[in-house]
Ligand binder design. Structure first.
Ligand code: NDP
Ligand code: GDR
Length: 328
């Protein structure tokens, strides 16, 4: 039987790297789309680089997408590429729209033109829910995004639905709530907390500057979420799914747990910096993943407490390596 081929955009990101590992284990041939950069940024995929094919392309460039699909003929496309950092979307709203919203139309158009039987996954986001309309949020909760990023994701979500309904394409969205790991970018709040707390523990930093401590998120473990992405593309019918743990915690709780685990009193180190507040924030996210549990048989495997510990442990090791600190 022909080996299945998958194209992953955003393979250099947190989710892209875990998804690539997951698909390799399933026996897939994995093609990863990367942008041309003057410095190589393959840290997250270096360990699997000899088992995947990397091709240059950009969501801003339509013909690069068409060429990649023509040449590699994937059976599945996972669109994980995006300008994914919410604060940057306030500073670069137009560029965020180009990547995160219109980029999806470019990719869907490329699929429609080259081979409309390709199965397509869109990385939708709980940021689309934004302002609280109901709790918990499920597939039918109305959207009210609170950032240019959230607005761009709503566009991307609906264009995916539209290509499914207009052209009968197998195009689905996973509405994923926040998911974290030791590979999370350092600017996102969880990783900023665990990395800085590890440095404080080792005497290499003395404060942690944060913005809104009261924001509440439904935080899961990234490897669990990439499994859900794959499951969505293996179904008979293309449908959208919420992926979440169903638990919500504040930024403050994350901080407390991480510092407690290291035996530190967080109040001595955390400084609230108004400059880190967003023009508009999302106050409360908690997802209802009943549909994914029932139809996909999906469930998260890591609790909030375990997630914090996994990330703190990994950052302690990393900081020791970075600073050449030996045990003992
Ligand atoms: P990351 O920020 O870690 O990775 C984003 C990826 O997109 C990187 O590989 C980046 O490449 C790539 N990229 C950005 N712009 C372009 C472009 N114009 N053309 C090609 N590639 C581009 O994100 P995550 O892995 O955390 O998230 C994956 C996706 O899921 C994103 O779309 C995100 O918005 C969405 N999402 C994430 C959630 C989460 O909690 N992690 C929750 C819900 C949705 P480069 O390395 O070159 O910058
Ligand atoms: P989010 O993640 O915006 O939910 O988007 P982030 O970790 O950036 O923020 C979560 C909450 O923490 C508050 N916060 C801070 N955030 C950051 N980054 N830095 C700080 O210093 C800080 N202090 C407090 C924020 O105000 C916010 O309320 C992530 C991204 O991965 C998106 O791409 C994805 O779609 C959503 O998760 C689901």
């Amino acid at each position: 039987m022909e080996r299945k081929r998958a194209l992953i955009t955003g393979i250099t990101g947190q989710d892209g790297s875990y998804l690539a590992e997951f698909l390799l284990e399933k026996g897939y041939e994995v093609i990863g789309m990367v942008r041309r950069t003057s410095t190589i940024n393959f840290e997250r995929i270096r360990h699997i680089q000899d088992r995947i094919t990397l091709v240059q392309g950009d969501l801003l460039d339509q013909s690069s997408l068409i060429d990649i699909l023509r040449e590699h003929r994937p059976h599945e496309v996972y669109n994980l590429a995006a300008q994914s950092f919410v604060p940057t979307s306030f500073k670069q709203p137009v560029l965020t729209g180009e990547f995160t919203a219109l980029g999806v139309t470019r990719l869907l158009e490329a699929i429609r033109l080259v081979d409309p039987t390709i199965r397509f996954y869109q990385a939708s986001s709980s940021e689309m829910f934004g302002k609280v309309r109901e709790v918990p949020q499920n597939e039918n909760t109305p959207f009210h995004p609170r950032s240019p990023y959230g607005v761009a994701k709503v566009y991307a979500h609906w264009i995916t639905v539209n290509y499914r309904e207009s052209y009968g394409m197998f195009a689905v969205s996973g509405i994923c709530f926040n998911h974290e790991s030791p590979r999370r970018g350092l600017e996102f709040v969880t990783r900023k907390i665990t990395y800085t707390a590890a440095k404080i523990k080792l005497g290499l930093a003395h404060e942690l500057r944060l913005g809104n401590l009261e924001a509440r998120r439904d935080w899961g473990y990234a490897p669990d979420y990439v499994r859900a992405m794959w499951l969505m593309l293996q179904q008979d019918e293309p449908e959208d799914y919420v992926i979440a743990t169903g638990e919500t915690h504040s930024v403050r709780e994350f901080v407390e747990l991480a510092f407690d685990y290291l035996g530190l009193d967080w109040k001595k180190y955390v400084v609230v910096d108004p400059a880190l507040y967003r023009p508009a924030d999302v106050d409360l996210l908690v997802g209802d993943a009943t549909k994914a549990r029932t139809k996909l048989g999906w469930a998260p495997s890591v609790t909030f407490e375990q997630l914090v510990k996994i990330m703190v442990d990994a950052d302690l090791e990393l900081v020791k390596q970075e600073y050449g600190i030996r045990e003992g």
